[in-house]
Design a protein around this ligand. Structure first.
Ligand code: ADP
Ligand code: ADP
Ligand code: MG
Length: 689
């Protein structure tokens, strides 16, 4: 076994690999970019080496710098994680040429599966069922259109070099084919440097079921059962589970033996995944699944397999890479219980799942679940990398209990400082089709409105928010301890009269007067009057009516995040409607309340800033996030209508079209194609009305 390895990755997967290495007594070397200088994977490694500036092309994709870091630190092997260089055969060869071990498959195996068309041809030869379609060399549009007709609509055009859900177009009828082909090609060229496509039959009611395989250098291959990854958005996985709902013994036998056959066909060693598309229009049937692609690396969703098999896949990767045989034979691999994984991201769901950035001023993951994460409270989600916060993983004896635990874990997860998809994931857990096991890749899209319906805070949450906002920066003085004998709640409960000014220090500041809290409630800035009545008891004049609120207890603590003080705490309070509990976090100008009805962030804005923002809002197009200007459609002087596309911004893996906010004339377009812009950059402006 190795005594020191380098992890050529960042974030949760780098931390995940280190966890196993540490358990096995292997020393770890992290690599990092400028933006990651103090990231968790750097903090947790035994050693860390700086490899370049923040953009991935200048750091995590710099194979030479990474190999040099391994050599200078004396690491014997490199684990690539997923993404970045994990499926790059040239990197594998360079690692081996430097006398190091690549913890993953051979360059030849990666090459064989690297392009979807060649992989399908190979699988056809190995007698693994592949999706019907055309995956030959001819690329002439007329020829491909004729092939699409032969295959029969709907079809899917796929970039052969595609990945991460990109470079795919579903086409429903012949007349849309040529436009879809052109746009798929252009996306493929810009994302993968290869515009070659294949055409596939679009499988109706598709389910994505994949099989985890593992090979060693002694010719053994086993499977570790299947995972269902049908809950997807834009071809990207959202929640994964193992085993697949509705799986039968017959179907499992057919799928796993096809997967093992596929891996054996390329002498596969190490961890790999064979992805199948499955006809989900009825019960699973052994002739209703087809090979889509093989991912020659550890998969993001590998934890669900670990949970149901009780195995550590990273340990297997390390053992196999060190030349050991597979730890178990096929009949020793057991499937036990059910597991789920939800991908928790910093993204703005109402804005169409825009990737978001921000500092995690408050972060409390639910300890009862397994959370694979690469960030801690106070860390920042930067625009340079995948905005993942954590993978929330649960296991139960049955699907029902595992899903209940996932829902609970998501409900108890508290994050403030950036928007997240937490509420969306929680809504998904409660979705009836999903919970009954009726999954297919269209489920999320079909139920999107229901899953993303915005919720407004209840009067209880709003009252607590206004109350805490009215405390100003000094919440600590207003904390209430349940044990305080002379406190009003105690007195009230025991029918004792208390002198209203007898209480703690903070009280004098109020002196019975009203305080006013400016908070953003349901998208409107409101000034709310809060009056203290007695120790721990307040009247809050919400727009919908006055509410009395009595703090039974309120505790808080202060920490620092990005040099800002953050006060976070817990309140146990009573209103007419009964007793409630909530958590909160407050930092410069912001207040987050985590209650039963959800997480709500309230701005407690500076009035000056607000008015400037409003004046600028109407006719200005600002970058909603950091990104790259991909296309500019309009120029200064153009007459535009509300909704006319002005430009396309590419951020993370997606393109976002920014449109005119109203009818009028463009006075200026400040950016050009190829410009990199920051969050909030003024991109274009309209003439005054
Ligand atoms: P999985 O099935 O594990 O979700 P994906 O193909 O979605 O596999 O990719 C997993 C990870 O690999 C992504 O989170 C991303 O970081 C990275 N990745 C894969 N393909 C690409 C790509 N073409 N461009 C950028 N990142 C990619
Ligand atoms: P990537 O490399 O981006 O992961 P895949 O070929 O694995 O690309 O496809 C990604 C997703 O697209 C699948 O999980 C599935 O939801 C959908 N998909 C792919 N091929 C088909 C098909 N032939 N019919 C229906 N859906 C498909
Ligand atoms: Mg895939």
């Amino acid at each position: 076994m190795f005594s020191k390895i380098l992890i050529a990755n960042r974030g949760e997967i780098a931390c995940r690999v280190m966890r196993t290495a540490r358990r096995l007594g292997i020393r770890t070397v992290a690599v990092y970019s400028d933006a990651d200088a103090s990231a968790m994977h750097v903090r947790e490694a035994d050693e860390a080496v700086h490899i370049g500036p923040s953009p991935v092309s200048e750091s995590y994709l710099q194979s030479e710098n990474i190999i040099r870091a391994a050599l200078t630190t004396g690491a014997q092997a490199i684990h690539p994680g997923y993404g970045f260089l994990s499926e790059n055969p040239d990197f594998v060869e360079a690692v081996e040429a430097a006398g190091l071990v690549f913890i993953g498959p051979s360059a030849a195996a990666i090459r064989a599966m690297g392009l979807k068309d060649a992989a399908k041809a190979l699988m056809e030869k190995a007698k693994v069922p592949v999706v019907p379609g055309y995956h030959g060399d001819m690329q002439e549009p007329g020829f491909l259109a004729a092939k699409a007709n032969e295959i029969g609509y709907p079809v899917l055009i796929k970039a052969r070099a595609g990945g991460g859900g990109k470079g795919m177009r579903k086409v429903d009828e012949a007349k849309q084919f040529s436009a879809a082909l052109a746009s798929c090609r252009s996306e493929a060229r810009s994302s993968f440097g290869d515009s070659h496509v294949l055409i596939e039959k679009y499988v109706a009611n598709p389910r994505h079921i994949e099989v985890q395989v593992f090979g060693d250098s002694h010719g053994n291959v086993v499977h570790l059962y299947e995972r269902d990854c049908s809950l997807q958005r834009r071809h990207q996985k959202v929640i994964e589970e193992a085993p697949a709902p509705g799986m039968t013994a017959e179907m499992r036998e057919a799928m796993t033996s096809a997967a093992v056959k596929a891996a054996k066909a390329i002498n596969y060693a190490n961890a790999g995944t064979i992805e199948f598309i499955v006809d989900g229009s009825g019960p699973l049937r052994p002739d209703g699944f087809w090979f889509m692609e093989m991912n020659t690396r550890l998969q993001v969703e590998h934890p669900v397999t670990e949970e149901v098999t009780g195995l550590d896949l990273v340990e297997w990767q390390l053992r196999v890479a060190a030349g050991e045989p597979l730890p178990l034979k096929q009949d020793e691999v057991r499937l036990n219980g059910h597991a789920f994984e939800a991908r928790l991201y910093a993204e703005d769901v109402p804005k169409g799942f825009l990737p978001a950035t921000g500092t995690l001023h408050h972060l409390a993951l639910d300890e009862s679940a397994r959370n694979d994460t690469g960030v801690a409270e106070g860390d920042t989600i930067t625009p340079f990398y995948d905005p993942m916060i954590a993978k929330v993983i649960t296991r139960g004896e049955t699907r029902e209990t595992a899903l209940m635990e996932l829902a609970a874990a998501l409900r108890h997860t508290r994050i403030a400082g950036t928007v997240t998809n937490r509420a969306f994931l929680e809504a998904l857990c409660a979705n009836e089709e999903f919970s009954s096991g009726k999954v297919d890749t269209g489920l999320i899209e079909r139920q999107l409105d229901k899953l993303t319906a915005p919720t407004n805070p209840t009067p209880e949450t709003a009252a607590l928010a206004a109350l805490i906002a009215s405390f100003g920066d000094d919440i600590t003085r207003h904390c209430v301890s349940p044990g305080e004998k002379n406190a009003a709640p105690y007195a009230a409960a025991h029918n004792i009269a208390v002198e209203p000014f007898a209480a703690l220090g903070g009280f004098a500041l109020w002196g019975g007067r009203s305080q006013f809290a400016d908070i953003l409630l349901n998208d409107e800035l409101k000034t709310i009057r809060v009056q203290k009545q007695e120790y721990g008891k307040y009247r809050v004049d919400l727009p919908a009516g006055a509410q009395e609120i009595m703090l039974r207890s309120m505790t808080c603590s202060i920490s620092r995040s990005n040099s800002h003080p953050v006060t976070s705490g817990h309140a146990d309070f009573e209103m007419d409607s009964g007793r409630h509990k909530a958590w909160f976090a407050r930092w410069h100008g912001k207040l987050a309340v985590f209650a039963d009805d959800g997480t709500f962030e309230f701005a407690t804005p500076d009035p000056l800033e607000a008015s400037e923002g409003e004046a600028g809002g109407a006719g200005k197009i600002l970058a909603p996030m950091p990104g790259l200007v991909k296309k500019v459609f309009a120029a200064a002087g153009d007459e535009v209508e509300k909704g006319t596309p002005i430009l396309v911004l590419e951020a993370m893996k997606m393109e976002h079209t920014l449109a005119a906010p109203r009818d009028g004339k463009l006075s200026e377009v400040m950016v050009a194609e190829g410009d990199q812009v920051e969050d909030g950059t003024l991109l274009a402006a309209m003439e005054e009305e």
